[in-house]
Write a protein that binds this ligand. Structure first.
Ligand code: FE2
Length: 455
C-alpha cells in the first residue's frame, strides 16, 4: 500500500471501523443505517501496516443473500412491509445488520447494532468469523445495544439493552474473561430509545431522554418518534453492580443525547460529558423532500449538537449543567486509559452541514475550552477518529489519532495518522487503501497489549 510520510514505529495495535454496506437493495426506501455491517481493520506493528475488510456474516445477511432480496424492512420503511414475521431489535421485524459499533473485549472484536441484537465475534486482526456471543447460554433475550463500554482499567464490558415491553431496559456487566457477571432490569415509564451509556470507576449512567416512540402507535405497528420539550431528560446513576432499587434518577433539561464522551467521580458529584442537542427535533419545510426528511435526524448542525457537562450530586440530588463549547461536534473519542476517570481531552468530528459526513477532526480540552482542528479537503470525509496512546505517555494526549477517509471526488480512501499533540499540522502518515470504503458510524482502537496476536 502506498504510504506518504512515515508510519510511527511506536504505533502498535489495530484500528477497527464498522461501516454500512447494503448488499441487497432495500424493499422500498434505504436508510443509511440499514446497510450490512462491514468491518475494516488496519493493524500497525513496528512501522508496518496490514489492512483487511469483511462483511459481518449476520444471520440476516445470509438469509437475504439466500433469498436474493431484502427480507426485512429498514428504518425508513414500515415494519409491516417486511416479508418475514421474525426479526431483531427493539422495533422488531428488522435485520440485525450489526453495522453500528465495534469494540475489542477479552481479545475478541464484537460488532453490535443500535436497535439491539447479537454481538458478532471476530478476530480483531484477521476478522475471522467467531460466531455470535452466547455467554454460556446467558446472552440476553432482548440482545445487546450498540455502545458496549470497555473499562480498560478493570477489563470489564458494560452494556445495556432496550425494548418495547416492561421493564423496557436492562443493564449488565461482562467479566474480563467474558462471563456474564451482572444483569438487572432498569424499569422506565415506557419504551425509550437510549443510544449510549457512560461509566465512572464505581457507577454506570443510563438515560431516559424525552424523544421516544409513541406507545399507542406501536400497537398499530407505527414507530414514530416524538420529542417532548416539556419533559425532563432523566439520567440514571447505578452502582456498577447495583440493582433497580439502587438507581438514582436526576431530572435535567430536555434534550436527546446520541453519544456520551466520558464521566468521572468528583467528591459527591458524577461529572458527565456528552453532546447536548439544542434542537433534537428540527422542523421541516412543508415541501420537504424525502431526503430532507430522512436526514432530519442525521444533520448534526440542524440538531445543534454541542459538548456539554452535567454535574449530578449523589448526596443532594442537585444537577448543574451547561455547554462546554459553542462548536458543533459529535462522535467524540478519548484516550481509553482515562475512561471513567478525570480527563482533559476529547477528539471529536466536525460534521458536514446538511449531511451525515465529517469534514474534519477537532481536539477539545474539556477543562480549558481550547480547541485545535484539522479540516480535510472538500469532498473528503473522516471516520470516527480514535486516540492511540504511545506505550509510555508523558501526558494524556501523548499518542496518535487514526482515521479512515472517504474521498468522493477521487474515489479513494486513506488511513490518516496524526500526532495528537499537533493535530492542526495534518497527518504524519497517509496510507492508501485498495478501494474507497463506505461511510459508517463507529470505530475502536485496540492497543497491541490487548491483542493476543500481537503479544
Ligand atoms: Fe452511536
Amino acid at each position: 500500500m502506498a504510504v506518504t510520510g512515515e508510519i510511527p514505529a511506536d504505533l502498535n495495535g489495530v484500528y477497527l471501523r464498522n461501516t454500512e454496506n447494503p448488499l441487497v437493495p432495500a424493499r422500498e426506501r434505504y436508510h443509511p443505517f440499514d446497510g450490512d455491517g462491514m468491518i475494516h481493520a488496519i493493524s500497525f506493528r513496528d512501522g508496518n501496516v496490514e489492512y483487511r475488510n469483511r462483511f459481518v456474516r449476520t444471520e440476516g445477511l445470509l438469509a437475504e443473500v439466500n433469498a436474493g432480496e431484502a427480507q426485512w424492512s429498514g428504518l425508513a420503511e414500515s415494519p409491516l412491509k417486511a416479508l418475514r414475521q421474525d426479526g431483531w431489535g427493539a422495533r422488531t421485524r428488522m435485520k440485525d445488520a450489526s453495522s453500528t459499533d465495534i469494540v475489542v473485549h477479552n481479545g475478541v472484536a464484537l460488532s453490535s447494532f443500535y436497535q439491539c441484537g447479537e454481538l458478532y465475534q471476530m478476530n480483531p486482526i484477521t476478522l475471522e468469523d467467531e460466531g455470535c456471543a452466547t455467554w454460556n447460554g446467558k446472552f440476553p433475550e432482548h440482545g445487546v445495544s450498540a455502545h458496549t463500554k470497555v473499562d480498560e482499567t478493570t477489563g470489564e464490558l458494560l452494556f445495556f439493552n432496550y425494548h418495547t415491553e416492561y421493564p423496557y431496559m436492562h443493564y449488565g456487566v461482562l467479566s474480563p474473561t467474558g462471563e456474564l457477571s451482572h444483569y438487572t432490569p432498569v424499569p422506565l415509564p415506557g419504551p425509550r430509545l437510549p443510544h449510549d451509556m457512560a461509566f465512572t470507576t464505581n457507577y454506570s449512567i443510563l438515560n431516559d431522554c424525552p424523544l421516544f416512540w409513541n406507545e399507542e402507535l406501536i400497537a398499530k405497528g407505527i414507530y414514530a418518534t416524538n420529542f417532548h420539550r416539556d419533559m425532563p431528560t432523566r439520567l440514571g446513576v447505578i452502582p456498577r453492580y447495583g440493582n433497580e432499587n439502587d438507581i438514582k434518577w436526576f431530572e435535567c433539561d430536555a434534550t436527546y443525547v446520541l453519544h456520551w464522551i466520558n464521566a468521572y467521580e468528583d467528591g459527591d458529584e458524577i461529572v458527565l460529558d456528552g453532546y447536548f442537542q439544542f434542537d433534537p427535533s428540527p422542523s421541516l419545510p412543508p415541501d420537504a423532500t424525502m431526503d430532507q426528511r430522512l436526514f432530519r435526524f442525521l444533520d448534526l448542525y440542524a440538531l445543534q449538537s454541542k459538548p456539554y457537562r452535567w454535574r449530578l450530586n449523589l448526596r443532594t440530588g442537585q444537577v448543574k449543567e451547561g455547554p462546554l463549547s459553542d462548536t458543533i461536534t459529535e462522535f467524540g473519542m478519548i484516550n481509553g486509559r482515562v475512561g471513567g476517570q478525570n480527563y482533559q481531552w476529547v477528539y471529536s468530528t466536525i460534521p458536514a452541514e446538511g449531511w451525515f459526513g465529517f469534514e474534519g477532526i477537532i481536539k477539545h480540552n474539556v477543562n480549558t475550552g481550547s480547541e485545535e482542528s484539522y479540516r480535510l479537503p472538500t469532498g473528503t470525509y473522516a471516520s470516527e477518529t480514535v486516540f492511540a496512546p504511545k506505550p509510555v505517555q508523558r501526558s494524556e494526549d501523548d499518542g496518535y489519532l487514526v482515521t479512515f477517509t472517504m474521498d468522493v471526488v477521487n474515489d479513494a480512501s486513506h488511513c490518516m495518522v496524526f500526532d495528537a499533540l499537533n493535530v492542526s499540522d495534518g497527518p504524519v502518515a497517509t496510507i492508501q487503501l485498495p478501494e474507497r470504503i463506505s461511510s459508517g458510524t463507529h470505530a475502536f482502537w485496540a492497543d497491541a497489549s490487548t491483542l493476543r496476536e500481537q503479544n
